[in-house]
Design a protein around this ligand. Sequence first.
Ligand SMILES: *Cc1c(COP(=O)(O)O)cnc(C)c1O
Length: 479
Amino acid sequence: MTEQLRRRLDELRANDLPVHGGRTLAYVYDSGLAEVDAVGREAVAAFAGTNGLDPTAFPSLLRMENDLVAMACDLLDAPAGAVGTVTSGGTESVLLAVQGARDARPDVPGRPNLVVPDTAHAAFHKAAHYFGLETRIVPVGPDHRADVEAMIAAIDDSTVLVVASAPSYAHGVIDPVAALAAAAAERGIRCHVDACIGGWVLGWAARLGREVVPWTFAVDGVTSISVDLHKYGYAPKGTSLLLHRSAELRRPQFFAWADWPGYTMLNTTMQSTKSGGPLAGAWAVAQHLGEQGYLDLTRAALDATDVIAGVVERTEHLHLLCRPDSTLIALRTDEALDPFTLCDEMAARGWHVQPQLSYRTQGPTVHLSVSAGTAQHLAEFEEALAAAVAASVAAGPVQVDDGVAAVVAALDPTSLSDEDFDGLLAAAGLIGDAPGDGGQALALPERMAEVNALLDLATPSLREAVLVAFLDRLSRPVG
Ligand SMILES: *Cc1c(COP(=O)(O)O)cnc(C)c1O
């Protein structure tokens, strides 16, 4: 690569969130070990051009996939006969779990449905949208965990899947998997445990002797589990696992097409041609870390979570929404502390935490995915948090003009024109009209609190519409 091209890449990256350093507490998962990244990168590069389309053409990929599945089966208490597939990410694992559940039950009357707690990941709604299912969204109980009685009441003859999270992304707690799986099994319905984010942590946590409520294949009635390697497997981006209790349960996931003049297409996942790079990256990282490596990283991440939870509990104006079951923390604030301002103030100090907007009766919260890399920086975290809280309290809550609030509350997204969206996005400061690199310049304000406060007043459907309009304007060819 020429020096000039390399410089250009570095310039492009300059405004990205840091992927190393343990201070980005969403999107990226940092082991804090430079060799782990180097191993992953080298393997991705070495296999970038291979094609997982045909396992007989690239037997290396088949072998690495089967190795990773074996490791996961062992970790997640899978019985003999369990099988799995490496996918491109948690969303693809969830999509395939839902598609398989639908296609295994052509007998159900009318439109098939899946019963999900309202904390289930948005990927289930994407799956239902793509595959024509109905989602029955059941509010969680006061402990933020799935309400078993209410979930059971939502099941009917057209239910093809019951979903539990281990843990939920937004609140970091594990649903009562045993009760949900038993209820599903009794009715002959599949039960998927979405452990995309927490599975690789909880599995090792149990081996470290931590108390973990049962959620794996050790629980009767659990038919499939998703667990991402590109989260707490500390692998490069692009890998997740979807495990099934038996090959029979997996079968509808496979797709074959021979009725055309080309090669017989035979796919285990949604992608057909797919780079072997991410799979090789995940395999190499898993080999490099091994059981002991994962135990050490899991202990570090869990201990760091405990420390951060303690700091939060000692900090005025801050509270844990609930006690974390793994490495995910949801914070809430009292009236004196605006959560969106807190996120900005943390970012100003080099710490990236994730705002979560109000949902139903729950006010806004702040999400932290704590990884092992954060463990080396806990004193700095505590210092940054104290300073960010003080600065946010001093600044006071973000004021949304009463008139603007009334307009937002009354807006019907279906009645808005393109010009209306242009006006809204400009008013929110999200789209600048300076002709930057693209058609519309990405003009994210330095501080997002005002934007978040405004979005927080909007209904979910208005948030979706405004943000889709935003994405639409961002995603334009550079001219
Ligand atoms: C991250 C996540 C997903 C989706 O995974 P992607 O890898 O982002 O596609 C699904 N479920 C849970 C609980 C997650 O945390």
